[in-house]
Design a protein around this ligand. Structure first.
Ligand SMILES: [Zn+2]
Ligand SMILES: [Zn+2]
Length: 831
């Protein structure tokens, strides 16, 4: 890509930029300079020397962007010209007007009427947001985007195979009285040209400036004075008419005649021809047939002889007339009359060139402030020197973006190379420094006559424009109804798609300010910005939203990790687990009662830290009893039997040898285990238990058959029964259920079996993993649900995980989880 700056660089005026892309030369804008001291035209030689022009695209109708179109177009009659419909209609008015001026002022005309006509014949119109291909033999695409500023103004986006370029044209982000603000989506240009007119300033609050103007007009009218508002015919004048009309309607401005004179009238007429380019409320009015500019109060000055009448009348009035800088047009004539009475006011509302009469008038605003007097106030109006007696005021009603708006646009588009144009060098310098702080790209300040070869190694990928389904809502999106938008996006588009604010606005359906939508999005839990492209938004996952609305609960593995930090080895913790659904942490201590008493505070702290509730397993870890016994008893004693009697919470020891202090040992044992110790004392055993102990043990196989019989009518059966001998020498039966949790459910049955058979019975820690997995698979089959892979089992948390290949509804999910838990004692996690 190659860029040639033929005009509009390093200053305002004669905007004209040539871009060479995919073998085509496209000219963007071709304006003239208004101040007469410099060359009027852009540098056409630069164009000629670099291969001429294949097409021209035009941002908007202001003459600093269009004034030289007839001149360039006659040299390249094969190049078609592209602009919006509104721009074409406005350009026609402006060019015919300059023809009249050229004739009258007898300058050497740079073009003639036929050149204007032919140029307009070669002009093709496209609406904003509509991409078109200007050439048959390349894939170059061009799109206009509404740029605010004046009606029909567009930013231009050119996409080629080796890179893309964005040219802002003149733009303004805020909504004016006559038009909407710029509407530029999140494009991804490699190169961008930004206007910089007011790039060093922050605009005063627009409403405050409008009110200042209204206040000044009110004051002048109250003192029976007249007000002249010189205004640029295109854009500013329409704004002022609407501002004053609105103020009168709202009774903030005294009713007085408002006269509209000069080319302003023609522009007002054209504005109404293309209502789609106006602010939405005006669009509706025009389509309904309502007049938007004139009424009983606001009247166009149709006959020149009326001017004298207006000027000489004693009735206070307001005159809105072009030109804006008093360089010509009826405003110059009015200024001469109005300036002669101190009751009157001349209100400046726009940019004034260095040498313009308007600029000279502005100096008097400061002298009023400085001296409190109105002395020696002469200006040159045309050829005449006049003494200005009236009041002069300046009101900031700019239609150009200020610093923040330009920075915002730069940040949104994030181009790799930025060329700052259409601004004074000092302004561009300040703006460039600001952008440099924000953007990791190259900022250029080109000068007229320069060319820049830009090699783009990897052009940025353009986002494909997707058509999303629309909700067709008729109401404003707000915090109350954003859940409905989220619901719709989550169901129809999904949570992984990054959507722009414009996309989301379109999905909702109601035409609404993007800034307003952005506010709603940023303050709601339902959408979050994309991690890397913060201007795009995702619908938040359902589970995340549920989590947000529930109190904060720690993730399970993190929680389990924290268990060890809270309860070290000295606590006797030998196993941990979790019940997901209830958010319960399961802790297994060797001696649960002791642990509960000793770690009460720690448990409370743990619950507060993790958001999980602690549940302590009730069962004593019998193998830990042996360990404690052996560690406490002196080594010269031979322990022949250790039996634990759960009903009486006693541990009976049969041992040989001398024990010095049995009492002390019992106390220590009680402190560690919470159990009573009985050493070699048959009498200590309770009669009932004694009888049981004495009762003959069943024959081994008979005992196992008895167990089968008892469990035959119950939902779960042990799938393994083994007779074992404890380290203490006691024979016991170990039952293995599908999982220990299931076995523990049958503690009553097991107690009964212990008594009937005379064998102590233990439930094994192990699980039947294969069967558990099979049950999970069977459940899925039964429900006709497919999974992505085989279920995985996590014994540390007693859980089985299944990644589903499809969505299932909540009730089915609940049913499966509860059935699985009934059958296996494990948690089922469906993902
Ligand atoms: Zn402009
Ligand atoms: Zn301009």
């Amino acid at each position: 890509m190659k860029l040639f700056f033929c005009g509009g660089a390093g200053g305002v005026g004669a905007s004209c930029y040539l871009v060479k892309i995919d073998g085509k030369n496209i000219l963007m804008d071709c304006g003239i300079r208004l101040s007469s001291s410099k060359d009027t035209l852009p540098d056409f030689r630069l164009i000629q020397e670099n291969g001429g022009i294949d097409a021209i695209v035009v941002s908007h109708a202001h003459t600093d962007h269009t004034g030289a179109l007839p001149a360039i177009s006659r040299q390249y009659p094969n190049a078609l010209i592209y602009m919006t419909h509104m721009s074409k209609a406005l350009t026609r008015v402006l060019l015919y007007d300059s023809l009249k001026i050229m004739e009258r002022e007898a300058e050497i005309p740079i073009y003639a009427e036929n050149h204007v006509r032919e140029m307009l014949d070669r002009t093709v119109c496209y609406s904003p947001n509509f991409s078109f291909k200007p050439f048959n033999d390349t894939d170059i695409g061009v799109t206009f985007y509404s740029a605010g500023h004046i009606a029909g103004a567009a930013s231009i986006y050119i996409t080629g195979s080796k890179g893309t370029l964005f040219y802002s044209g003149d733009f303004s982000g805020f909504r004016q009285n006559s038009i909407e603000g710029a509407s530029i989506p999140k494009l991804r240009p490699d190169v961008a040209l930004f206007e910089s007119t007011y790039g060093d300033k922050l605009h005063a609050n627009r409403e405050i400036e409008e009110q200042r103007l209204i206040d000044s007009v009110n004051e002048a009218i109250d003192r029976k004075g007249k007000v002249l508002i010189p205004a640029f015919a295109l854009g500013r004048a329409q704004e002022i008419i609407l501002i004053l009309k609105k103020a009168i309607n709202k009774k903030r401005l005294s009713k007085c005649p408002i006269y509209v004179d000069g080319m302003v009238k023609d522009i007002c007429r054209v504005y109404k021809l293309y209502p789609n380019y106006l602010r939405r409320d005006l669009t509706k009015k025009v389509f309904r047939g309502t007049e938007i500019f004139y009424d009983d109060n606001v009247v166009p000055v149709e006959k020149p002889e009326l001017r004298k009448e207006i000027a000489e009348s004693k009735t206070p009035s307001v005159i809105i007339a072009s030109s804006g800088m008093l360089t010509g047009g009826p405003s110059q004539w009015y200024a001469e009359q109005i300036s002669q009475d101190e009751k009157n006011l001349i209100a400046i509302t726009g940019y004034q060139d260095e040498e313009s009469p308007g600029r000279n008038l502005m100096k008097f605003i400061e002298s009023i402030n400085d001296d409190g007097e109105k002395l020696n106030r002469t200006i040159k109006l045309g050829e005449r020197e006049i003494n200005v007696k009236c009041e002069v005021g300046k009101y900031g009603l700019s239609a150009h973006a200020d610093k923040v708006e330009i920075l915002n646009l730069a940040n949104n588009l994030y181009p790799r190379r930025i060329f700052l144009v259409h601004g004074n060098p000092e302004v561009i310098h300040v703006l460039g420094k600001e952008i440099q702080k924000d953007i990791n790209g190259q900022i250029y300040v080109p000068l007229n006559g320069e060319q820049h070869e830009i090699s783009i190694r990897k052009p940025r990928k353009q986002r494909c424009k997707k058509v999303y389904p629309c909700m067709g809502r008729k109401d404003i999106l707000n915090q109350e109804n954003i859940e409905e938008l989220w619901n719709f996006v989550e169901t129809n588009i999904g949570t992984s798609v990054a959507l722009s604010i414009e996309d989301l606005g379109g999905i909702w359906g109601y035409q609404q300010d993007t800034e307003e939508i952005k506010d709603v999005l940023n303050n709601s839990p339902y959408f979050e910005p994309d991690r890397r492209r913060m201007f795009l938004y995702h619908a938040v996952e359902k589970s995340e939203i549920e989590k947000l609305s529930a109190p904060k609960v720690m993730e399970v593995n993190e929680m389990l990790g924290l268990v060890d930090q809270f309860f070290g080895p000295e606590s006797g913790l030998y196993k941990k687990g979790a019940r997901f659904d209830e958010k319960i942490a399961l802790l297994y201590f060797n001696f649960p009662d002791i642990a509960r008493a000793r770690y009460n505070d720690k448990i409370t702290e743990f619950e507060a830290n993790t958001g999980w509730q602690v549940e302590i397993n009730q069962n004593i870890n019998t193998s830990a009893i042996d360990e404690v016994v052996y560690s406490l008893f002196p080594s010269n004693m031979i322990i022949s039997k250790i039996s634990y009697m759960p009903q009486t919470r006693k541990v009976k020891i049969t041992a040989e040898g001398e024990l010095d202090n049995g009492k002390k040992l019992s106390n220590q044992f009680k402190e560690i285990t919470g159990l009573d110790l009985v050493i070699n004392d048959e009498d200590e055993i309770e009669p009932a238990l004694l009888s049981e102990q004495n009762k003959k043990q069943m024959e081994q196989n008979q005992a196992l058959r008895y167990i089968d019989e008892v469990f035959s009518t119950l939902p779960h059966r042990p799938y393994k029964k083994s007779v074992k001998v404890a380290s203490s020498g006691v024979k016991y039966i170990e039952l293995t259920f599908i999982s220990k949790t299931i076995g523990e459910k049958y503690s009553d049955v097991i107690n009964e079996v212990e008594q009937e058979t005379g064998y102590p019975i233990a439930v094994s820690d192990s699980c039947n993993q294969i069967e558990i997995i099979n049950i999970a698979k069977r459940l899925m089959n039964e429900k006709g649900i497919a999974s992505k892979k085989n279920p995985s089992i996590f014994l540390d948390i007693m859980s089985v995980q299944v990644v589903l290949a499809q969505d299932i509804d909540d009730s089915m999910r609940e049913e499966m989880v509860s059935r699985f838990s009934e059958m296996t004692g494990l948690n089922l996690e469906l993902k």
